[in-house]
Design a protein around this ligand. Structure first.
Ligand code: NAI
Length: 284
C-alpha cells in the first residue's frame, strides 16, 4: 500500500504506541490526526512532531457523539481518512471478582467501545468512497494470554481481536485491510491510566496499589520502543498482514496455549454421521 498523501486517524496518538505510529506515518508522507483525551499530552506531542501535516484533536473515544464530530472536523481539514488506528487504551490491574460496574464501564468503554466507535464512524465512509484503506486495531498479547489481574483488560482485548478478525473477512471485498496489533511490553504511560479515568466512573473495586504502579512504571523502561512497534505495523500494512506480533519472546507461551486447546479436542475418529453433516455445513 502507498502511504504518501493518505490521511490517517490515530486514537491515543499523543503518547506511547500512538505517537510512534503518528511519527512513522508522517515520515511516509501521510497527513495525520492524533486524537487523544489528554490535552497536555496533545500539546506536547504536536511540539515534538513539529510537522504541518499533523493536527491534534481532543477526543474521548468512548463518546459516540464526540467521535463522529471529531471525524467530521478532521476530514474537513485533512481530507478523507483511509488509514484508521484504533489504538487508545487504558489498563486496570484488578481481578474480575473484585471489579465494580464502574471498572467494567470504564475499561470496556475505552478499550472496546472506543474501537467500535471508530469502526461505526469511519467504515461506512471508507466503503462509500471506494478508495480502499486499512484499519489497525491495537489489541495486545493479552488478547491471547490471560492472568488473574488484568481481567477486564483481557476481556476487552479478546473482544478487539475477535472483532478485528470478523471485520477482516467482511471488508476484504472492499479493498479495506484489517490488522490486529498484539504487542507485549512497550515503553509508554499506560501504567498511569488512572489519571484519565473519568470522575463519573470513579468507583474502583480495589484501591490503586501505588507500589505495584511504581513497579510497572519501572518495568516499562524495558519496553520496546514505540518507533520499533510502529515500523512493524507499517510493514504489516504494506503486506496486508492480519496479525502483528511485535514481541518474539511470546511465541512459546502462545504455542502452549494452542497445544492445550488442541489437546482438549476429542479424536476425529469419533465423527458420527451427524457430525460429518455438521462439518460439511461448517466448512461451507
Ligand atoms: P499510553 O498511555 O502511553 O498511550 C495511550 C494514549 O491513549 C494516552 O495518550 C491516553 O491519554 C489516551 N487515552 C486514554 N483514554 C482515552 C480515551 N478515552 N479517549 C482517547 N484517548 C485516550 O499507552 P500505550 O501503551 O501506548 O497504549 C496504546 C495501546 O497499546 C492501548 O490500546 C494498550 O492497551 C495497548 N498495549 C500497550 C502495551 C504496552 O506495554 N504499553 C502492550 C500491549 C498493548
Amino acid at each position: 500500500k502507498d502511504f504518501a498523501g493518505r490521511t490517517a486517524f490515530v486514537t491515543g496518538g499523543a503518547n506511547g504506541i500512538g505517537l510512534g505510529l503518528a511519527r512513522a506515518l508522517l515520515d511516509e508522507g501521510c497527513k495525520v490526526a492524533i486524537a487523544d483525551i489528554r490535552e497536555d499530552s496533545l500539546e506536547a506531542a504536536l511540539k515534538t512532531l513539529d510537522n504541518r501535516n499533523v493536527m491534534g484533536v481532543k477526543l474521548d473515544v468512548a463518546s459516540r457523539e464526540g467521535y463522529a464530530r471529531t471525524a467530521d472536523e478532521v476530514e474537513e481539514q485533512m481530507g478523507p481518512v483511509s488509514l484508521l488506528f484504533n489504538n487508545a487504551g487504558i489498563n486496570l490491574f484488578q481481578t474480575i471478582d473484585e471489579s465494580t460496574y464502574d471498572d467494567w464501564d470504564w475499561v470496556l468503554g475505552v478499550n472496546l467501545h472506543g474501537v467500535i466507535n471508530g469502526i461505526q464512524t469511519f467504515v461506512p465512509r471508507m466503503k462509500e468512497r471506494g478508495l480502499g484503506g486499512h484499519i489497525v486495531n491495537t489489541a495486545s498479547m493479552a488478547s491471547f494470554l490471560c492472568g488473574p489481574a488484568p481481567g477486564i483488560y483481557n476481556c476487552s482485548k479478546f473482544a478487539v481481536r475477535g472483532m478485528s478478525e470478523s471485520l477482516r473477512y467482511s471488508l476484504a471485498p472492499q479493498g479495506i485491510g484489517v490488522s490486529v496489533l498484539c504487542p507485549g511490553l512497550v515503553k509508554s504511560y499506560i501504567y498511569a491510566s488512572d489519571s484519565v479515568r473519568p470522575e463519573n466512573l470513579a468507583n474502583r473495586g480495589t484501591p490503586e496499589n501505588q507500589a505495584f504502579t511504581d513497579q510497572l512504571a519501572n518495568v516499562h523502561q524495558y519496553g520496546m520502543e514505540p518507533d520499533e512497534v510502529a515500523a512493524k505495523v507499517l510493514d504489516a500494512i504494506r503486506a496486508n498482514r492480519f496479525y502483528i506480533f511485535s514481541h518474539p519472546e511470546f511465541k512459546e507461551e502462545l504455542q502452549e496455549v494452542f497445544d492445550e486447546i488442541i489437546a482438549a479436542f476429542p479424536p476425529m475418529g469419533d465423527l458420527d454421521d451427524n457430525a460429518k453433516q455438521r462439518l460439511e455445513f461448517e466448512k461451507g
